[in-house]
Design a protein around this ligand. Structure first.
Ligand code: MF3
Ligand code: CO
Length: 249
């Protein structure tokens, strides 16, 4: 499958889908507190998505059982919400969720600090978020895809963090995962040329320690191999003839 170029009408629907998802994230940010279960976060997330006229795109995706991935501390991504997983003071909680609106997918992730966290962990969150913005600066028509990857790597690597390599960003549109794959680490090839009308989910996943990850026995939850804290930050982005448009902000 080639990289899809969205028409003006399709771009309008992507904008709408992403705007609704942005609202969902804003509401979720307010409910993250010590004592809430990750399952309760999922219930609220699904209700928010549906109340806005969206359909949760994660739910039942390849058998995934929830509307949001809730990944705590050393969990990198794809944490499955559970009744008996209770958020506590000092946790970092990555919420990754998406929705479908009139056939168009949106996808975004944020890592939240619960109460007081160490300066060291706060720095991981800040660097992960900023690495997205470093990457997105390169998300311009005429540049090449891997300019994004290289910019993320060049920013993150001096901090000594591990950039997750086993999971990558992706194109998005009428499917949650479209071409191209978007690595967050440096590439030797330039990759395809970026063109106006492409929509990309750019999503650095950064471990405080080593880059290696492992899958837990539930078949979904990805953890850092050394159990160091991990952060995730993702937005759906539109390539234009000028500045990139970050659709989920
Ligand atoms: N949001 C993830 C991504 O960016 C997809 C999660 S798949 C799910 O690719 F099944 F866990 F929902
Ligand atoms: Co994604």
């Amino acid at each position: 499958m080639a990289i899809t170029i969205k028409s003006p009408r399709e771009i309008e629907l992507m904008r709408k889908s992403c705007r609704l998802l942005c609202e969902v994230h804003e509401e979720l940010a307010k409910i993250i507190r010590p004592g809430i279960s990750t399952k309760e976060i999922d219930r609220i997330c699904e209700e928010l998505i549906r109340s806005k006229g969206g359909i949760p795109n994660f739910l039942h995706y390849q058998g995934y059982p929830a509307s949001v991935c809730v990944s705590v501390n050393e969990e990198v991504v794809h944490g499955i919400p559970r009744e008996d997983h209770i958020i506590k003071e000092g946790d970092i909680v990555s919420l990754d969720t998406g929705l479908i609106y009139q056939g168009f997918h949106s996808d975004a992730a944020r890592t939240h600090a619960v109460g007081q966290i160490s300066a060291e962990t706060q720095k991981l969150l800040d660097v992960t978020k900023q690495s997205f913005f470093e990457g997105v600066k390169m998300a311009r028509a005429g540049n090449h895809l891997h300019d994004i990857s290289n910019a993320i790597d060049a920013y993150v690597t001096p901090f000594g963090y591990g950039i997750v390599r086993d999971l990558v960003g992706h194109g998005i549109g009428t499917q949650m995962h479209e071409q191209p794959q978007i690595p967050n680490f440096a590439q030797r090839r330039r990759g395809p040329k970026l063109r106006a009308g492409m929509t990309l989910a750019i999503e650095p996943m950064i471990n405080m320690g080593c880059a290696d990850v492992e899958w837990m026995d539930d078949g979904w939850t990805v953890v850092s191999a050394d159990h160091s804290p991990s952060a995730h930050y993702e937005n759906t982005v539109l390539i234009t003839d000028g500045e990139p448009e970050i659709l989920t902000l």
